[in-house]
Design a protein. Structure first.
Length: 160
């Protein structure tokens, strides 16, 4: 009987791991969707493929935007039941997905403080996510202070 139970458990573990791998592939494909660029007079084999990150890096140059134009910085204070529910980890995942820089940390009062910097529309999307949060979070209030970007942040980190 124990051997039977062990094989069924292993079967479900394998199924679960396969589902996680498929989900990771779908997310990876979504974040690295490619845009093909064919040079004038080029052939199909001359196609240059850009990831979203490379495409986003080229956009300001193509549109003639000056540094800081279309960019924003948000200092956010999230209150409610937000600690112990992986809120900071969820913020980091969303920030990386949106290509934003910044940091997040717990406060002594039991809140979460965060700073997001990047494209204004993406920062707004992350602020909107703060109202939803991960499963298990109960958000009471989200206070946002908008600033001009300082460009002093690289990547997104969770501070102690």
């Amino acid at each position: 009987m124990r051997i039977f139970y062990k094989t069924i458990r292993q079967k479900y573990v394998r199924m679960f791991m396969a589902r996680l791998r498929r989900k990771a592939k779908v997310q990876e494909a979504g974040t690295k969707q490619a845009k093909a660029e064919v040079p004038a007079g080029g052939k199909a084999k001359d196609v240059k493929v850009l990831t979203r990150e490379q495409e986003a890096a080229q956009e300001p140059q193509e549109k003639g935007m000056e540094a800081g134009e279309g960019k924003a910085r948000a200092h956010v204070m999230i209150s409610g039941q937000v600690q112990g529910v992986f809120f900071r980890s969820a913020l980091r995942s969303q920030a990386k997905l949106f290509g934003l820089n910044g940091w997040t940390m717990n406060t002594i009062e039991g809140n979460i403080e965060a700073v997001f910097e990047g494209d204004k529309d993406r920062v707004e999307k992350l602020v909107a996510f703060c109202w939803k949060g991960p499963p298990g979070a109960l958000i009471r209030d989200v206070k946002v202070d908008w600033d001009k970007p300082k460009f002093d942040l690289t990547g997104f980190e969770i501070r102690a």
